[in-house]
Design a protein around this ligand. Structure first.
Ligand code: C5P
Length: 223
């Protein structure tokens, strides 16, 4: 049977994760949070004392990454790395920074490719990341490129971090988001850019509900 894929790409803080989950739950589809895999690899490197510059060792770690995506009794997503709950650890700004550093390495990206594609299971998949529509699922049925201004994205991250009980500085977050954007868009392998045929949506003023509705409407139209 044919398994449809909706690819949602965009910079950090554009709302991809939230949109992906909402669209997936409306359609009853699976979700791939590809950024989590890069974050998990960073966490695994730390645990095994592997330098984030050691591409060969990171490639091996990536190929053997022992992760499980589960839910707890309250229905909250729980991510296990080698059996240990790292859901919180991988969400810090530091983890995001390390993720974007290991993500520039071609062998790492290649080692994670098949693992990401394996998430494509019936009845369908909503995949979120930077290269879902360009590299991982180039034949996706629907491709969305979600953007928002750096300031709007930093403010969202700021609120999220405070809600989760992390301390944060808005100015530092804006700098961090800009630095991460530069690294993600200027790297030579799988740079962040809209896929051919992607629908570009700007969530700065649209709001999450409007974006979800828009994606849902497009999904209904997709062949
Ligand atoms: O989406 P998230 O912020 O969790 O991703 C963390 C980092 O992982 C990104 O800044 C990016 O460098 C990298 N990433 C990537 N390709 C993806 C998803 C994430 O390079 N498909």
């Amino acid at each position: 049977i044919y398994v449809p894929v909706i690819a949602i790409d965009g910079p950090s803080g554009s709302g991809k994760g939230t949109i992906a989950h909402r669209v997936a739950s409306r359609l009853g589809f699976h979700v791939l949070d590809s950024g989590a895999l890069y974050r998990l690899l960073g966490a695994a490197a730390k645990r095994h004392a592997v330098s984030i510059e050691n591409e060969a060792a990171l490639e091996v770690l990536a190929a053997h990454l022992d992760v499980q995506f589960t839910v707890d009794a309250q229905g909250e997503a729980v991510i296990l790395l080698e059996g240990e709950d790292v859901s919180r650890e991988i969400r810090t700004e530091e983890a995001g920074r390390v993720a974007s550093q290991v993500a520039v390495l071609p062998k790492v990206r290649n080692a994670l490719l098949a693992r990401q594609q394996a998430f494509r299971e019936a009845p369908g998949l909503v995949a979120d990341g930077r290269d879902m529509g360009t590299v991982v699922f180039p034949n996706a049925d629907l491709k969305i490129f979600l953007t928002a201004s750096a300031e709007a994205r930093a403010e969202r991250r700021y609120k999220q971090l405070l809600e989760k009980g992390f301390g944060a500085s808005l100015a530092a977050l804006i700098d961090d988001i800009r630095a991460r954007d530069t690294r993600d868009t200027e790297r030579s392998i799988a740079p962040l850019k809209p896929a051919d045929g992607a629908l570009v949506l700007d969530s700065t003023d649209l709001g999450i509900d409007a974006v979800v509705q828009r994606v849902f409407d497009e999904a209904k139209k997709a062949p």
